[in-house]
Design a protein around this ligand. Structure first.
Ligand SMILES: Cc1cc2nc3c(=O)[nH]c(=O)nc-3n(C[C@H](O)[C@H](O)[C@H](O)COP(=O)(O)OP(=O)(O)OC[C@H]3O[C@@H](n4cnc5c(N)ncnc54)[C@H](O)[C@@H]3O)c2cc1C
Ligand code: SF4
Length: 559
């Protein structure tokens, strides 16, 4: 019996917690530090700007830079990837009286939608499950929406620092003091090169972690302050492409079934999405739970296989792939939320906390809402004259999340993801019963099991992956190229894992990684970190992703 969890990576959270080390006059002081320029972090910065606009005396107290947002990508949006059909609820609240939905970079409302169950050559239209209905929602590229939100954040007075990964959590006297940013210009073995620039201590009154899925400092903070919930987080991997197409697609499509297998022993839970982006583009992606067991499963190649289905081939015919990317999605939902979302001087929001509604495939509006609530809680503490790092000063954030639609909606669907671990048909029936009873059935909470603890099997997952033809189907290296990744290949490896692993684990990683970072060898695995698109799957399945040098990784613009 082989499980990736038995080959734990050489990673200790404590190595990423430290007090500030720069001399006091060299530290960069900001009022509120936001880590991550995704929808959660940017909503937080925008809401803070709005609140500070009406409270000049508090703005004054926060110093020269009241709000700073650090982002590891080359620019805001470079590391953002989603479906995306967006529920506009949280955006409406954030921009009330300032911007209308029509002013935002959306490709339009969802007018029609279809859900299909696929077999290798057929499609069976099924009624849209209530959790998947998209009336009133809008299609977007999250990368584009992120760039627009970043402009609004700058307008509201936030300082945006791209190419700046937060690498260490600064903790002093039991309270979070900020974050230390990563060094630049180190060689493969960590040696400083000619252009070496050390990282800096960014110190703040409140640090808001909005790092998204597999947040590096979020994991470190959950560990340091004992915030993790009872159940471990679990993830899915999403791989997507954007195509220029010859004919407009008139509806949002979701599929279930093929090319995934339904048997309980495979634990293959997921499906595909196909969304129109205006008249001449379509985005499509495959999402698969990382609790799968077959070492031969590759989500990248399942997406290639999906495109050979008559339904999908017909949509893409005469078109051309223009972008590609991959990212994980936290899927544990309500039962895997941290037991507390704050610590002295610290708030956690968005995907980092696991705020995703899996049956609806939606997390963007939860990210925006939780970012806004984090801003309100931080501002509230300052307004009351409380020192934000006194224990409990930020507890209003937990209360606000619990009163919000994030909490009630996640609670209702809390057991759905776990049901699908019992196979597609039984899982589907249980999910139907949960929907009909608004989450009352089954009573209680179903536990999650760590993705890396699933026993591996070899079940012929690879046998039907199509050979890449460079037109409809592609290999992983051409996909990495389409992600815009230009990472220099002589930087230190940011992926921590054991390389002396059994053949099953090596093959699991090789197939799983959508960016061809791993190659199984005789006796282990070799790693090419510069291909990495920072999807986070390796952290779920037995390794540990840390933030690489700032500006590395994909340069998404349309995902
Ligand atoms: C394939 C796929 C399809 C999806 N479809 C939908 C959909 O249709 N609708 C929907 O609502 N949701 C969808 N989701 C979920 C949705 O994208 C997320 O819930 C949402 O993006 C979470 O926002 P966030 O701000 O928490 O994190 P993110 O969007 O991940 O943003 C986090 C940002 O923080 C940066 N960052 C992380 N760590 C650091 C660090 N240490 N230092 C500096 N910067 C850092 C990252 O580079 C990134 O820019 C989908 C997700 C995927 C992967
Ligand atoms: S190395 Fe890990 S994080 Fe990077 S692309 Fe591959 S699976 Fe994703």
């Amino acid at each position: 019996m082989t499980r990736p969890a038995d080959y734990a990576p050489p990673f200790r959270p404590a190595d990423y917690v430290a007090p500030p080390t720069d001399p006091e006059d060299e530290r960069i002081e900001v009022g509120i530090l936001v880590v991550g320029a995704g929808p959660a972090g940017l909503a937080c910065a925008i809401r803070l700007g709005q609140l500070l606009e009406d409270a000049p005396e508090i703005r004054e107290r926060l110093g020269e830079v009241p709000v700073a947002v650090v982002e590891k990508g080359r620019q805001p949006g470079s590391h953002l990837l989603s479906g995306a059909v967006v529920n506009p609820r949280a955006l409406r609240r954030l921009f009330k009286g300032r911007h209308r939905i029509e002013d935002m970079p959306f490709y339009g409302p969802v007018d029609h939608e279809s859900v299909y169950f696929l077999t290798p050559s057929r499609k069976l239209r099924i009624p849209t499950p209530p959790t998947m209905k998209n009336d009133g929602n809008y299609v977007a590229s999250l990368s584009q929406l992120g760039r627009w939100l970043a402009e609004r954040a700058e307008e509201s007075g936030a300082m945006l620092l791209p190419e700046t990964p937060a690498e260490k959590l600064l903790v002093d006297g039991g309270r979070v003091r900020g974050a230390r940013t990563g060094d630049k210009g180190r060689g493969r073995d960590g040696e400083p090169l000619g252009n070496f620039e050390p990282g800096s201590d960014l110190v703040a009154r409140v640090t808001v972690l909005a790092e998204g899925t597999q947040g590096h400092l979020t994991g470190v903070a959950l560990n340091r302050f004992g915030l993790a919930g009872e159940n471990p987080q679990v993830w899915a991997l999403g791989v997507k492409e954007v195509w220029k197409v010859a004919r407009p697609l008139d509806r949002v499509i979701h599929t279930m079934g093929w090319p995934l297998r339904g048997g309980a022993k495979y634990r293959e839970f997921g499906g595909s999405f196909i969304y129109p982006m205006g008249d001449d583009m379509v985005t499509l992606g495959m999402v698969v739970g990382l609790d799968y067991r077959d070492v031969e499963l590759s989500v990248h190649d399942l997406l290639q296989e999906l495109k050979t289905h008559p339904l999908v081939r017909g949509i893409l015919e005469g078109g051309e792939r223009v972008a590609w990317g991959a990212k994980t999605i936290p899927e544990g939902g309500f039962v895997s939320l941290p037991k507390q979302l704050h610590a002295p001087g610290l708030l956690i929001c968005g995907d980092g906390a696991g705020m995703v509604n899996v049956p609806a495939l939606k997390g963007i509006h939860y990210a925006i809402e939780s970012g806004s609530l984090a801003a309100e809680a931080a501002f509230g503490a300052l307004q009351r004259g409380q020192t934000p790092w006194t224990p409990g000063a930020l507890a209003a954030y937990d209360d606000a999340v619990k009163q919000s639609f994030i909490w009630s909606e996640l609670r209702e669907v809390r057991n759905m993801r776990q049901a699908f671990g019992r196979g597609f048909w039984l899982g589907g029936a249980l999910a139907g019963a949960m929907t009909a009873t608004k989450g009352h059935f089954p009573p209680g909470d179903r536990d999650t099991e760590r993705d890396s603890e699933q026993e591996l099997i070899r079940a012929g997952g690879a046998r039907s992956y199509p050979a890449p033809d460079g037109k409809l189907t592609f290999d992983k290296l051409s996909s990495v190229f389409a992600s815009g990744n230009k990472t220099r290949d002589d930087q230190p490896s940011h992926i921590l894992l054991r390389t002396d692993v059994p053949a099953e684990v090596a093959e699991l990683w090789e197939r799983m990684c959508p960016a061809q970072v791993y190659e199984a060898t005789n006796g282990g695995v070799t790693v090419t970190p510069s291909n990495c698109v920072q999807c986070g799957a390796i952290t779920a399945k037995g390794g540990r992703l840390t933030p690489p040098e700032g500006g590395s990784g994909p340069e998404y613009t349309l995902t």
